[in-house]
Design a protein around this ligand. Structure first.
Ligand code: PRP
Length: 185
């Protein structure tokens, strides 16, 4: 789906399809070099990271394994509280594995901070992070993002995995939603 298909609800495009592809390929080249000869496991948190891990894994030049987790953070509305529950766990044992977490966005940082600790607790050999987007102004918890994509302002963004009320995840670029779409709920 493209911006033109939902133009009534979109304020403006923030990151184009070409920019997303370019950044993902740039990071994939670095990761392919850094993990050359090592056994790498990509871990994505459902559902937002699905588009990113799909494009990213295909852009790598090394073989990897992929696994998925579904987490829920209990809080009020869109704010995450830091209390994380596992809705669906990984299907593999991470002991001794080199892991790269692939995320669509780091907001408060609470999800990733929890996940990094959890994977280390389970015995992962190393845990690094690739985040396509970061909202630095919203960061509450310090998270060491090794591979960074784009920094974005604190606006309501959708597309390339990011949703509003489960919509817009299949938009092929990243865009700012018109306030009237989410206001007045
Ligand atoms: C989003 C995103 C991250 C998390 C980041 O997921 O995919 O996992 O929030 O927020 P944080 O840095 O404040 O913890 P969300 O909970 O919206 O679920 P989704 O991926 O299914 O859309």
């Amino acid at each position: 789906m493209q911006i033109a298909d939902v133009q009534d609800e979109i304020d403006h495009e923030l990151i184009t399809k070409a920019q997303i592809a370019s950044k993902i390929h740039e990071v994939a080249a670095r990761v392919s070099k850094d993990y050359q000869g090592r056994d790498l496991l990509l871990v994505a948190v459902l559902k937002g990271a699905v588009n990113t891990i799909s494009a990213f894994s295909q852009a790598l030049s090394i073989p990897v394994q992929m696994d998925f987790m579904s987490l829920s953070s209990y809080g009020s509305g869109t704010e995450s509280s830091g209390t994380i529950a596992i809705r669906q766990d990984l299907s593999c044992d991470v002991r001794g594995r080199h892991i790269l977490i692939v995320e669509d966005i780091v907001d408060s940082g609470r999800t990733l901070a929890w996940l990094v600790e959890e994977l280390k607790r389970r015995g992962a050999a190393s845990v690094e992070i690739f985040a396509l987007l970061e909202k630095p102004s919203r960061r509450e918890v310090d998270v060491d993002v090794r591979y960074r994509g784009y920094e974005i302002p604190d606006e309501f963004v959708v597309g390339f995995g990011l949703d509003y009320d489960e919509r817009f995840r299949n938009l092929d670029s990243i865009a700012v939603l018109k306030p009237e779409v989410y206001q007045g709920e």
